[in-house]
Design a protein around this ligand. Sequence first.
Ligand SMILES: Cc1cc2nc3c(=O)[nH]c(=O)nc-3n(C[C@H](O)[C@H](O)[C@H](O)COP(=O)(O)OP(=O)(O)OC[C@H]3O[C@@H](n4cnc5c(N)ncnc54)[C@H](O)[C@@H]3O)c2cc1C
Length: 403
Amino acid sequence: MSKQILIAGGGASGLSAAIAAAECGAQVTILERLPRVGKKILATGNGRCNLGHAGKELAHYHGTLPQAKQILQQFDTVRFFRKLGVLTRTDSEGRQYPCSGAAASVLDALRLACERLGVSICCDTKLTALSQQGGRWIAECENARYSADAVILAAGGSASPVNGTDGNLLPMLERMGHRIITPLPALCPIPTNPNLVRSLKGMRVQAMASAIVEGKIRKQERGEVQFTETALSGICIFNLSRLAAVYGDRMTVSLNLLPDRTAQEATQLLSELIALYADAEADYLLIGLLPKRVGAVCIKQALGKAQGSIGTLFASSKAREQLLRQLTDWRFPVAAMASFAQAQVTAGGISGQSVDRNLESRCAKGLYFCGELLDLDGDCGGYNLEWAWASGSYVGKAAAQNA
Ligand SMILES: Cc1cc2nc3c(=O)[nH]c(=O)nc-3n(C[C@H](O)[C@H](O)[C@H](O)COP(=O)(O)OP(=O)(O)OC[C@H]3O[C@@H](n4cnc5c(N)ncnc54)[C@H](O)[C@@H]3O)c2cc1C
């Protein structure tokens, strides 16, 4: 008789777990709380689904799950999707996307594979409790009761609750004895003092962004920084946001708007511009380097005023040094914790200590975990979906073979 496997959560990891388990001959049922599976997949990569990264370096992953290394190394995202009929392309930065350019095609291929393999999908079905009776798992849902040989929990993290993920299973799992690393929002804007950014809302600059904690640079990311009314945003900021959630107001973000120049080159450049625009109003000094509004705000924050001719304002070397510091080390204190509603992923979740090398619970035999529910989160660039497919496929197979 084939093994019966229940999967709670029909997202990226749950669907790949279902495919792997069904391919191993198991009878698989997915329980999904929302009216449809894979809602979050449709929102990924701005609707284009950045489904993996060619580099796959482990340095882009964070958390307490040493088991992840081997699982990620043996998984091939391109081959996984090729088998489902989805061809992929890789952009110049190593990010992988479906050739269709549409997240919907990724979800369709996963759903069709489930259908071909006879996976049952029960939507509007939220798992609320788990127990064991006579060697079988009993899953209580709001509207029904299911039993199975093994259960895979693929219910995601706490980020983006609009897509069905709010950490609802964590209290139950903690009661069962699992160690939970406190979930924190990651890959999100970093809130700062609104007075520093409000007037820049909508502006974008290229910068080297540094996360500074207690005077030390903890991480640096280069790219486009966007200003919102209350926060810094953009991919490079997203990649620092995990640290902002951990360190809170002990962290400051520093922006270097002249990352390609040495201090000497930057000083020289500034002197040239001051000489060139000596008779012009201050707003014009940085027009060749930055959006005009950003330049004006930099000058105002550096000198405390931005009115007057450039030659007069920057007559003293002190004023030049102040502006140089502003341009190369523009400080933004972290003001508050971002919300899970704004976050793309969750830092934290089930600790690696609570699962074995098969991602099976150390507290209860026949209970497996995959995806963002575990304490592993990746940087922006396809790393999180890659982990979802890899861990889902891995536990699907393990559960079907071991149940
Ligand atoms: C806007 C946005 C854009 C993103 N873009 C990218 C990207 O381009 N590339 C990338 O790598 N990552 C991206 N991510 C992150 C990526 O989507 C997630 O890391 C990934 O989907 C996690 O997969 P998962 O299977 O663990 O969880 P999810 O895909 O979140 O699926 C979990 C599922 O479980 C269901 N569920 C929850 N609780 C229960 C319950 N009690 N019973 C039944 N069902 C339940 C939920 O409804 C949900 O469908 C993005 C995230 C967001 C929010």
